[in-house]
Design a binder for this molecule. Structure first.
Ligand code: AMP
Length: 279
């Protein structure tokens, strides 16, 4: 496994690959867990070589505090990556990526950016678009792997790649969960014992909401979920929405031809957790 911090070095390595070799790319912010590894394993199966980037992207954090507190576990990340036979790891510094201008490019994602996370995390998706576009330009991946855990992000990246004609195939990968159903996240390690114990309530409620959606209309399901969280003092619901999978527009009337997904964001004390489920 080769580890590069410089753009020039990773570019040189990519250019030296056999002509026609396919590159699978998994961008991450480190603090790797089995969820990330599941993406890498899928990329391994479908490509000749796999490149993982580890970069905590400053421009996608709307709160400075979150950026500072983001877990950094580079040694264990590298040994996990070795254990799944990752070929190349790209670990640039912020200076390497942004020189001395740490700002986002502004994007138009056709409205996807104004829904859900976009309402609560100012400038977040411009930051994501900026870094992912830059990484795509460097890595030139054949296929790029993103988790459905961040479903809105996945759809936004699809839109960005399409609009900017970036020739990589975007692959969405299923959410990897703990045995108790909690979606794996680098943030889970920051939960208190008490909050960790109650956190599986989020996915349990999503599964019940899916069931309720079979017989009730969307507004009734939304009220039901809001009410469930009122009974749960350790978890504060930020939003629960049912939206069209492609446009991410909130559902108006159920249409059997459309695909819907329920999306949730919850605070467990100061830790913000997100999850979603296909309906
Ligand atoms: P992050 O390091 O949190 O930016 O995540 C890097 C990639 O891993 C993103 O595409 C995430 O959606 C994906 N990811 C994170 N957690 C999970 C999970 N539990 N299951 C599947 N993919 C995940």
């Amino acid at each position: 496994m080769l580890v590069f911090a410089k753009i020039k070095s990773v570019l040189q390595r990519i250019q030296s690959l056999k002509k026609g070799a396919s590159i699978g790319f998994v961008p991450t912010m480190g603090a790797l867990h089995k969820g990330h590894l599941s993406l890498i394993e899928q990329a391994k199966k479908e490509n000749d070589i796999v490149i993982v980037s580890i970069f905590v992207n400053p421009t996608q954090f709307d709160k400075k505090e979150d950026l500072i507190n983001y877990p950094k576990t580079i040694d264990s990340d590298l040994s996990l990556l070795k254990s799944v036979y990752c070929d190349i790891v790209f670990t640039p510094t912020a200076e390497e990526i942004y020189s001395n201008n740490i700002t986002s490019q502004l994007f138009n994602f056709d409205g996807l950016e104004y829904q859900m996370e976009g309402k609560f995390r100012d400038g977040h998706f411009d930051g994501v678009g900026t870094i992912v576009k830059r990484l795509f330009e460097i890595v030139t991946p054949t296929k790029s792997y993103f988790g459905e855990k961040d479903f809105q992000q996945l759809q936004i990246i699809r839109k960005m790649a399409e609009k900017h004609q970036i020739p990589t195939k975007i692959i969405g990968c299923e959410i990897y969960r703990e045995d108790d159903g909690l979606a794996m996240s680098s943030r889970n390690s920051r939960l208190t014992k008490e909050h960790r114990a109650i956190a599986p309530f989020i996915y349990k409620t999503l599964k019940k909401a899916k069931n309720e959606f079979g017989t009730k209309n969307a507004q009734e399901v939304i009220y039901w979920v809001e009410n469930e969280f009122k009974k749960q003092p350790l978890l504060a619901l930020e939003y629960f929405e049912i939206a069209d999978e492609d446009t991410l527009q909130p559902i108006k009337n159920k249409d059997s031809k459309q695909k819907y997904r329920a999306f949730i964001a919850v605070f467990a004390d100061k830790i913000r957790l997100i999850d979603n489920i296909s309906l």
